[in-house]
Design a protein around this ligand. Sequence first.
Ligand SMILES: Cc1cc2nc3c(=O)[nH]c(=O)nc-3n(C[C@H](O)[C@H](O)[C@H](O)COP(=O)(O)O)c2cc1C
Length: 170
Amino acid sequence: MKFYDLALERYSARKYQDKSIEEEKLNLILEAGRLAPTAVNFQPQRVYVIKSEENLKKINEITPYAFHAPVVLIVCADLSECWKNPFNGRKSGEMDASIVATHMMLQAKELNIDSCWVCYFDTEKVKKEFNIPENTEPFLLLPIGYAIEGSEPSPRHSQRKSLNETVFYL
Ligand SMILES: Cc1cc2nc3c(=O)[nH]c(=O)nc-3n(C[C@H](O)[C@H](O)[C@H](O)COP(=O)(O)O)c2cc1C
């Protein structure tokens, strides 16, 4: 599929079939994340794969936005390993983790696997429940799986601003 068509077809799925993701497909999704660029190639991303019944139960108790997907990726960055911009002191971890997550989200779509980017969760609870190290910050959850038959994008999906509202030629 052409990249533009892939970007056009992706939408946030919020209802998933009770069907697991094939191991080779999950590996390819994780591998696509590995190829993402990160500042100075420091690769501070840390991706925790939640797919056991016990851990899925935990994540679904922490947030309703895991949507009972068969796999939930907790996408984090180790803030002690990421680049720091000397001009403004900002750390690149959140950007790095976001690019990794975007690669995984789009690779998943190419395999017909849906996802939803989720930030609505208590990061401290997630750290505690899954023993995520102190310096590692969870930035988003990526529930992934096969959307239910007849799944459709939410009305918000198609409310895109026009280019002239968001792009400025200087
Ligand atoms: C930073 C970020 C945080 C988001 N957090 C949530 C969330 O917590 N729960 C949710 O259902 N969707 C969440 N979304 C999905 C957005 O609502 C969705 O991408 C947006 O409405 C556009 O719809 P689309 O993905 O179907 O194109 C988030 C997306 C982004 C990029």
